[in-house]
Design a protein around this ligand. Structure first.
Ligand code: C5P
Length: 339
């Protein structure tokens, strides 16, 4: 489809870019291309970045203005890469000689950076999606998937619009039904996320796994396959909470993250002591998570942890107090596009 004149669009395109958490993350092996085969159940969260994308006049260059958490230097930002890649993918359907016009992006970063919460990947997915809408260009589902996969291993997950099983290096995404009774009538489960103030390089964590920082036995893979099967059959909120300790242990990158950042060992021990419930790690960390029956319960726990930071009972590795938030798992992300 050829694009309508995007310069006539006055209102910016607004997108929420939700964080993700890995409820499970099994590594099945290293591949020849340097990536690893995964089996992971990923869920989007209420905790989101917010992007606003406007079309610029002819002759301008793409620009990015960030508030909130500092994502590092703009040229390296995935948002600008996503727009450049989307422009290339959109050009054939755009139907003109010149490429689709430059965009100005305002990004309000509320998701901590390099935290295992997929914030950069969510921003890239949202930016590519918003750019296509701003230009008025439709891209076939297969081309859209290829565009997202090119941007990073975690990016295709955000096409699912809800919880999903993620396989391959991250490009095989199968949407999963979410909890049968988790709707507005029955409160959706709450999630406490705690991110210590130190970034972990995903690459370094995978390398530590390659070098032997792993638990033998394949328990994470079993737990991951089992959760996918149970969600398909229809799981309830209470069933998920009962499984929290199995899920919290089902991350093959947990031991690797602790090798990369040994301070995580004492940090997690303190969390376990203070919360008295299972604590998992998301992706390659350093974000930790704990499941609660409701958002209210997660918020109470967040308050207790903030008090523990003040007294020094919860350490602050990296020299900064940890980011602590109570949030909820989203069963679907599509209705929130323009929220
Ligand atoms: O794809 P992305 O750029 O997010 O990946 C960052 C790094 O994480 C890769 O360079 C690779 O070292 C590692 N990775 C991996 N296997 C995956 C995903 C990421 O080894 N499935």
């Amino acid at each position: 489809m050829s694009g309508q004149d995007p310069h006539r669009r006055l209102a910016p395109v607004v997108r929420l870019a939700p964080a993700k958490v890995n409820l499970t993350l099994a590594l099945l092996g290293a591949r020849a291309d340097g990536f690893h085969e995964l089996h992971s159940i990923m869920v989007p969260l209420d905790l989101s970045d917010r992007l606003s994308v406007s079309v610029l006049p002819a002759g301008a260059a793409d620009s990015l203005h960030v508030t909130g958490f500092d994502p590092g230097p703009a040229p390296e930002n995935l948002v600008l890469r996503a727009i450049a890649t989307a422009r290339r993918a959109a050009h054939p359907a755009w139907g003109r000689r010149e490429p689709p016009p430059a965009l100005a992006v305002r990004l309000d970063k509320r998701i901590p950076v390099a935290a295992g919460l997929g914030g950069g990947s969510a921003d890239a997915a949202a930016a590519a999606d918003a750019a296509l809408e701003a230009w008025g260009v439709e891209v076939e589902p297969a081309a859209r998937h290829a565009l997202f996969a090119e941007l990073g291993s975690d990016v295709p997950f955000f096409l699912a619009g809800g919880p999903a099983l993620v396989e391959g290096r991250g490009e095989r995404v199968t949407p999963l039904p979410w909890l049968r009774d988790a709707d507005d009538a029955h409160e959706r489960p709450g999630l406490l996320v705690v991110t210590p103030g130190l970034g972990i390089s995903t690459r370094a964590a995978f390398r530590a796994w390659d070098d032997g920082a792993r638990v033998p036995g394949g328990a994470a893979r079993l737990a991951s396959a089992h959760l996918a099967e149970e969600l398909r059959k229809g799981l309830k909120v209470a069933d998920l909470l009962v499984r929290a300790s199995v899920l919290a242990a089902a991350n093959d990158l947990g031991p690797a993250a602790a090798v990369v950042e040994p301070a995580l060992v004492t940090f997690k021990r303190a969390l376990l002591r203070l919360l008295g419930r299972p604590v998992g790690i998301s992706g390659s960390g350093p974000t930790h998570w704990a499941l609660y029956p409701s958002l209210t319960d997660a918020a109470t726990a967040a308050g207790a942890l903030r008090a523990a930071v003040a007294t020094g009972e919860l350490p602050s590795p990296g020299g900064r107090p940890p980011f602590i938030a109570s949030t909820r798992i989203l069963s679907t992300t599509t209705p929130r596009r323009d929220a």
